[in-house]
Design a protein around this ligand. Structure first.
Ligand SMILES: [Zn+2]
Length: 236
């Protein structure tokens, strides 16, 4: 079993973490996380733990994120971010993957980062700023290999086009997942392939509500927490 922590950096309302037009960093990070999650879920022997707030409302403190990951005995920690330089529009840009710079730095994280970075560059179509090292909390305080991905600059006139494109963010998440799949040589779940071709299907029913609003609120919660496709069906 490979235990993987996924972490969309910050929360929606974290001060300063936004584009010059006010789009929130967490929203971009969350799109990437959901794509990573969707892709890895169809692989065998993978367990995922999400350590940010899936609604984005709470900026879960970094210590709680890393303590939880250490207690869970994760094998790897993936943190998704988007960069800012000055906070006003400029011509800088590019993507980078970080590992810890200090003594605790480990070669496993570096190897994974080297698998992520070229895939990230291809997925986003942005400048390659390379694999870099930095002393960041989630890289330093995690007992497992940890990488932090900066998938483009929120205050870049060039990068913002990619960040505003949901397909690009999805491709970014899939690229990161593919690097993890390559690193751990993960195999697809056999049940996934066999049920896709099956003539029988099984529908998951979760609850009955007396108002459409209540049903929609619960459906939304499932979508956000699990990345599932959930819809509300009226029955009389
Ligand atoms: Zn960030």
């Amino acid at each position: 079993m490979v235990k993987i922590v996924i972490d969309a950096g910050h929360g929606v309302l974290t001060p300063g973490k936004q584009t010059p037009d006010g789009e929130k960093e967490w929203m971009f990070n969350n799109e990437v996380l959901l794509a990573v999650q969707a892709k890895l879920k169809i692989y065998d022997k993978v367990e995922l733990l999400r350590v940010d707030d899936p609604t984005g409302k709470i900026d879960v403190p970094l210590k709680i994120r890393t303590d939880h990951s250490n207690a869970w005995k994760a094998d790897v920690y993936l943190s998704f971010h988007h960069n800012a330089n000055t906070g006003v529009w400029g011509d800088w840009g590019g993507v980078e993957t970080y590992t810890f710079e200090g003594n605790g730095s480990n070669s496993k994280a570096d190897k994974l980062a080297k698998l992520i970075q070229p895939r990230l560059v291809r997925a986003m179509g942005l400048r390659d700023r390379g694999v870099r090292k930095k002393n960041l909390h989630v890289l330093r305080e995690t007992k497992m290999p940890a990488v932090l991905i900066e998938g483009g600059f929120m205050d870049s006139r060039t990068d913002i086009e990619a960040l505003r494109n949901p397909q690009r963010l999805k491709a970014q998440g899939e690229a990161i997942a593919e690097a993890v799949i390559a690193y751990y040589q993960l195999k697809k779940k056999s049940s996934t392939t066999s049920t896709i071709n099956a003539s029988k299907t099984f529908r998951l029913v979760t609850g009955t509500f007396l108002s459409k609003e209540d049903a929609e609120v619960s459906a939304d919660r499932l979508r956000k927490q699990h990345g599932w496709t959930v819809y509300v069906k009226e029955e009389s």
